[in-house]
Design a protein around this ligand. Structure first.
Ligand SMILES: Cc1ncc(COP(=O)(O)O)c(C=O)c1O
Length: 441
């Protein structure tokens, strides 16, 4: 590019946008230019109520002073420190802080830069763990239909969303999938559904098919978010825990969405009373401010690696930005904000209000299901015949124009507002969505 070339401010061509209908967006852009607490400001200076915490990540709301100031201060003090064979104090402090709020038994933290990397890291740790114990035939990984575990090759292999898989070749070998937990008999359930415990027993069928001694790990989202908010039936996660434990298989919870208070506890594992062997987290870890993810691991897993000569690297894995100072500063300030404002349990306090508000949309046009848990809710619309996803997308665009940010997966609307939302703002979000639904084609 010649040095005298000025960037054209309105030229949208160069940026190839992720998970976006690029041509549609660029013909009618939806631009955000500022944010504060519960709101975004658009380029045409409108206030938009954030019904999705950004992308399920800004759990404390936007531009919170403590976090902003911590990042500003850190970038001027220690901007970067090498992540391999060197350390800096904040990475250790943050790991201890995470262990303090994690479920009992999660004692170690491995840093990544995203949820996708946290998932691939956990899968690699699972494989290497068995190998370190001399159990190297355990190479299979089990995911679930409709699961979303990010976009790395590991994550799309164990994930179960067809469009995320079908374009990318043969993926990882030796992966199998359990059925998803979304059953028609559970429509309009408030909270955890009654039906579907038997779906956990499908894991026994998979174990019988492949042999337990070939399976390294099972990975599930305790509550599946990106695929359209699918709840775990009552008893389901405990049953998975029992089966995995019985067969020496590791259980990984992907808590990239459910971590940091979304269901009313720090992690969903605590909410459901089921402790896995590893937890993947990201998003709310830094309130979405700086990219960061992590894998929390049990002492049993970590300790299996701590053998052999002390000068030898125990796990040949890591990222240039693993535990970088600025992400750590953002995460520590985020945890402080959550603690000061009681945000990790606020979803439990608001759950009933949220539930009644969202289920109030039941009789609106095209609504075929509503489901909720913690501060998450989904409204499923019937698809327009021959055009799946169109009604959902049109609703998303109209909602944005009407002043609320929602998210759609196909024809399923998902909402997960910042945990600082007030009851009046819940009313505003749901009432506005109701108005939009009433005008839907
Ligand atoms: C459950 C789950 N796992 C993994 C990811 C991937 O996270 P990232 O986009 O930070 O890579 C997501 C993102 O939405 C997620 O919801």
């Amino acid at each position: 590019m010649p040095l005298d070339r000025k960037p054209a401010p309105n030229d949208l061509r160069a940026f190839w946008m992720p998970f976006t209908a690029n041509r549609q967006f660029k013909s009618a852009p939806r631009m955000l230019v500022a944010s504060k607490d519960m709101h975004y400001t658009t380029a045409d200076d409108r206030q938009v109520l954030d019904g999705t915490a950004g992308l399920w990540c800004c759990n404390a709301g936007h531009c919170r002073p403590r976090i902003t100031e911590a990042v500003q201060a850190q970038v001027g003090e220690l901007d970067y420190a090498p992540a391999f064979q060197m350390g800096h104090p904040l990475a250790f402090e943050l790991a201890n802080r995470l262990v303090d709020i994690a479920p009992e038994g999660m004692e170690h933290v491995f840093y990544t830069n995203s949820g996708s990397e946290a998932v691939d890291t956990a899968l690699k740790i699972a494989l290497a763990y068995h190998r370190a114990r001399g159990d190297s035939a355990r190479t299979r990984l089990i995911g679930r239909e409709r699961g979303y575990h990010g976009v790395g090759f590991g994550g799309i292999s164990v994930g179960g969303i067809v469009n995320n898989r079908r374009h990318f070749g043969t993926l990882l070998a030796g992966v199998d999938h359990m059925p998803h937990t979304h059953l028609p008999e559970n429509v309009f359930t408030k909270g955890q559904p009654e039906h579907g415990l038997h779906l956990a027993d499908e894991l026994e069928r998979i174990v019988a098919l492949h042999g337990a001694e070939t399976i390294a790990a099972v990975i599930v989202e305790p509550m599946a978010g990106s695929t359209g908010v699918l709840m775990p039936p009552k008893g389901y996660l405990q049953r998975l825990r029992d089966i995995t434990r019985k067969h020496g298989i590791l259980l990984i919870f992907d808590e990239v969405i459910t971590g940091f208070g979304r269901l009313g506890s720090p992690f969903a594992a605590q909410h459901f009373g089921v402790v896995p062997d590893m937890i993947c987290c990201a998003k709310g870890l830094t309130n979405g401010v700086i990219p960061m993810g992590a894998v929390l691991a049990s002492a049993q897993i970590h300790d299996a690696f701590m053998q052999g000569p002390e000068h030898i690297i125990e796990l040949f894995h890591g990222y240039t930005y693993s535990g970088n100072p600025i992400s750590c500063a953002a995460a520590i300030a985020t945890l402080d904000t959550y603690a000061e404002e009681g945000l990790l349990t606020r979803a439990a306090e608001l759950e009933t209000y949220w539930q009644e508000a969202i289920h109030g949309l039941r009789d609106h046009p095209h609504v075929i299901d509503i489901r909720n848990m913690g501060l998450i809710g989904a409204v499923e619309l019937s698809p327009i015949e021959g055009h799946p996803g169109k009604r959902g997308f049109d609703t998303f665009v109209k909602a944005f124009e009407a002043g609320i940010l929602i998210r759609v997966t196909g024809d399923i609307i998902a909402m997960s507002p910042p945990l600082i939302i007030s009851e009046a703002q819940i009313d505003e979000l749901i009432d506005t969505l109701g108005q939009v639904l009433k005008t839907a084609a």
